[in-house]
Design a protein around this ligand. Sequence first.
Ligand code: WT7
Length: 668
Amino acid sequence: MSKKKAAKPAPKKAAAKKVAAKSQTMMTENRVFKPSAEFSKKARIGSMAEYRRMHEESLKHPEKFFGREAKELTWQKPFTKVLEWKCPNAKWFLGGKLNVSENCLDRHLVGVNKTKAALIWEGEPGEKRVLTYQQLHREVCRFANVLKRNKVKKGDRVMIYLPMIPEAAIAMLACTRIGAVHSVVFGGFSAESIKDRVLDCGAKIIITSDGGYRRGAVVPLKKNVDDALKSGETAVETVIVYRRTGQDVHIEEGRDVWWHRELEYVDAHCAAAVLDSESPLFILYTSGSTGKPKGILHSTAGYLLHAQMTCKYVFDLRDDDVYWCTADVGWVTGHTYMIYGPLSLGATSLMYEGAPNWPENDRFWRIIEEYAVTVFYTAPTAIRAFMKWGDEWLKKHDLSSLRLLGTVGEPINPEAWMWYHTQVGGGKCPIVDTWWQTETGGHMITPIPGATPTKPGTATLPFFGVDAAIVDDLGQEVGKDEQGKLVIRKPWPPMLRGIWGDKKRYQETYWSEFDGWYFAGDGARKDKDGYFWIIGRIDDVLNVAGHRLGTAEVESALVSHPSVAEAAVVGRPDEMKGQGVVCFVTVKEGIATSRDLADELKKHVRKVIGPVATPDEVRFAAALPKTRSGKIMRRLLKQIAAGEVIKGDTTTLEDLSVIAQLAASGED
Ligand code: WT7
C-alpha cells in the first residue's frame, strides 16, 4: 500500500523537532533490564521468542489469533466473523452477543471467586470497604434496576460525575448491564465542561454525589451539576445523587433523587441485556486540537477482550494479586485498568479516593503496605512528585509485596524510571511502560514483563494485533533513530469506533493524514532493537501531568473573559508536570494589564474548564506574532515560553518588534 498524501505543513515538523531536542538533554541510561528468570518462569509469556511468535500470528492471522483469544470471554451467542474493516469503520466479532457486566461479574460467581474481593476501597478520610464479586454483582443489579426505574433504556447516554468511590464502578457496570452508554466526566472538570459534554452526548440523566474528598477539602460535585443545568439548555430530566460527604445540597423537586432512597424501590434481580458485539459501551471526552473536546466512542466486545487480555499478558494478573491502578475513573485508564480489565479477569482491584499526599506524603506507600499490593500502575508525574518529596517517606513502609510496576500517561524520564525501579520496586520488579491513548482503548506499545528486556524511557514493542510504525510525512518508514510520526497500520479490537455525533471529524482527525492508517498525534523514533521511544504530541495538544489538554480549549476559555482580545497558549517543559501551560494574551482597548489581571485570568480558565487546566503563567503582549497569512507563530511562542533564545526564520513576521516585547513581558 503506498501512502501518497501531501506533505504536511512545516510548523508541525518544527514543533516535533523541538520536543526531540528537549528529550535529548535528559539523562541517558543505557542499561538493559532483563526480567529475572524467576519472574519469567511464572509469567504467562516467558520469552521473547514466544512474544514474537504470538505477535507475528496476531498480525498475519488476526482471525485465528483473536478468534482464539475471544473464547475467553463469556458469549451469550458466539460470533461468526472476527473482523470487517472498511476504513475507518471496524467491526469486530460480528454476530456475537455478550454483556460486559456479565463478563465482569456473573461469571465469577460460580467458583471461589464468588467470595473474592473484587474491589478494595479506601476513602481519603480513611474509611475502608471491600466488595466481593457476589456483593458487587448484587449492587450492580440493584442499581441497574434504579436506572430502569428512572426510564433509562438501551442506547441512552448516562452521564456520571462521581468521586473515586465504589459507586462509580457500580454505576458504570449497571449501565453496561442494561446496554446504556455511560460517559464519565472527571470530578476535576467544571460546571461548564459538564454542560458542554451533556449537550454533546444528549444525556437525560446524570449520576453524581453531594461532594467528594480531595486533599482534605470537599469538592462540590452536586453544586457543579446544578450550575451546569441552570440555563435549562440540556435535556437532563433526572439527577441521581449519592450521599458521600453529607454536606448540604440543593435538591430540585421533580428532578433530583437520592441514590439510597431509590434503592428502596428495587430488588436485586436484573438479567444482563443481550447485546451486540458492536453495541456502544461508553463515550469519553478528550482534548483535540480544536476548542471542542471529542467524545471518543468505544464498543463492547473488542474493548472488553483487549482490556482482559492486557491485564492477563501485560500485568500478568493472578488469582492472588492485589492490583492497584491509581488513575481516576474519569480517565480512560480508570475505565480500562481499574474496572473493566481486572474485573473481567476476576482479579482484585484497589481503588483509593484521594490525594497521594494526604494526610502525609506517604499515603500511597501506607496503602501498598496495608493491603500488600502486588501490582502497581501509576503515572510518571506522580513518580516525579514522590522523588521530590524524598525517599524517607517510602523507607517507613514495607513495600516488599510488590512484584510488578507500571507507568502510563507520558514519556517517563530515565531518572524517574530508575528511581521507580530501585526505590519502589526494590530492584526486583519489572516495569511496564505502557503507551496508549483514550482512542486506543488499552495498551498498544508495552513490554511483556516476563519476556521483554526493558530500557528506561521506552515503551518498547507493540502489543498483539498492533502494527505500529514510524513514518515521514509521505508515509515512508523512517530509518533507525530518526524521528517521525507514529501510525497504526491495521485495525485493532479496542480501537475507537468514532467521535460521538461527528463522522467527519473522526475521519479527518485520525485517518486522513495517511490514507488507511491511524495517526496517533505522537512523534516517536525506533532504536536499533526496534524499540519505540515516544517523544510526545506533535499536534496542539499538551500533556500536563498526564492529562491531555488542547491549547485551543484554553484559548477559547481566555477569550471568553471580557478583558481579553486575543490569546495563544503553548506548553513549556516542566520538571514535575512534563508540560506547563503558558498563555500569551492581548487585552482589549483601554484595559490595563497587571499581575491581578493575570491571576484573574488563571482563575477564569480554572472556572471555565476546571482545575486541570489552570495556567502556570499568563503573559501580556501588545500583539501576538503572526505570519503574513495571519497564523500565530507558535514555534516562536514556545521558545519564548521556554526562555530560549529566539532562533529560526522570522522574516514572515508582520511585526518584528513584538518578539522583543514578548520576550521581555514576563509577569514579574
Ligand atoms: C497521550 C494519550 C493512555 C491513558 C493515559 C493518557 C501520551 C500515554 C505514554 C507513554 C509516552 C505516553 C501520548 C499519548 N502517553 N502513555 N507510556 N509514553 N507517552 O491518555 O489522555 O488519551 O493521552 O498520552 O502522548 O498520545 P490520553
